[in-house]
Design a protein around this ligand. Structure first.
Ligand code: GLN
Length: 199
């Protein structure tokens, strides 16, 4: 199994470290040819406006969106969730997204960098359930409207901070920053199950 990490900007190394700790081969993705033959891709946190600009500059945005529409599994955190969303409540001027995840997202929903916080989140979907996932919220977004997705993580205050749409798992927060790799593992298990079904 080879899992790509979109490596344009942001918390790339943290995801590479997480995936390697779980025994998975990784490849940094910057240009279209890096997408060849991947079993899944991680879209890290960072700054979604910069990620968008660089992805268009390197011509990787369109082929990436096409592959995801065809079923390429994705695990996204924070800016990654923003970048996947069909619609942003508060996009920056000219900001584009891949538009492959059926949600509306509000960027910076908890305020500025100074209002960042760590907490625990319970995350669950059919066949997987994790209590108290260690989560860093850094200028984090929230999901304000869910289309054909399942809410898999909700804060005690009611905000939706995790969604799943088939093999897309997207979180507002960063488990890769805290070393709690249970969601990475669960997403890898989802991909593995899909590969078995395809055989
Ligand atoms: N607020 C950032 C954005 O709009 C996301 C922050 C993060 O990924 N930690 O892209």
């Amino acid at each position: 199994m080879i899992v790509g990490v979109l490596a344009l900007q942001g918390g790339i190394e943290e995801h590479v470290k997480a995936l390697e700790a779980l025994g998975v081969q990784t490849r940094k993705v910057r240009v279209p040819k890096d997408l060849d033959g991947l079993d899944g891709i991680v879209i890290p946190g960072g700054e979604s406006t910069v990620m968008d600009k660089l992805a268009r500059t390197f011509c990787v945005a369109e082929p990436l969106a096409a592959l995801i529409r065809e079923g390429l599994p994705v695990f996204a955190t924070c800016a990654g969730l923003i970048y996947l969303a069909q619609k942003l409540e508060n996009p920056a001027r000219g900001q584009q997204t891949l538009g492959v995840l059926d949600v509306v997202v509000r960027r910076n929903a908890f305020g500025t960098q100074r209002e960042s916080f760590d907490t625990t989140v319970d995350v669950a979907w059919d066949g997987a359930s994790f209590e108290g996932v260690q989560a860093s919220f850094i200028r984090a977004p929230i999901v304000t409207e869910c289309g054909a997705v399942q809410a898999i993580g909700v804060l005690k205050t009611g905000e939706v901070v995790g969604v799943r749409q088939g093999n897309i798992v997207a979180l507002s927060f960063h488990p890769e920053e805290t070393g709690d790799y249970r969601i990475h593992q669960a997403w890898l298990d989802l991909i593995g199950k899909q590969a078995e079904l395809a055989i």
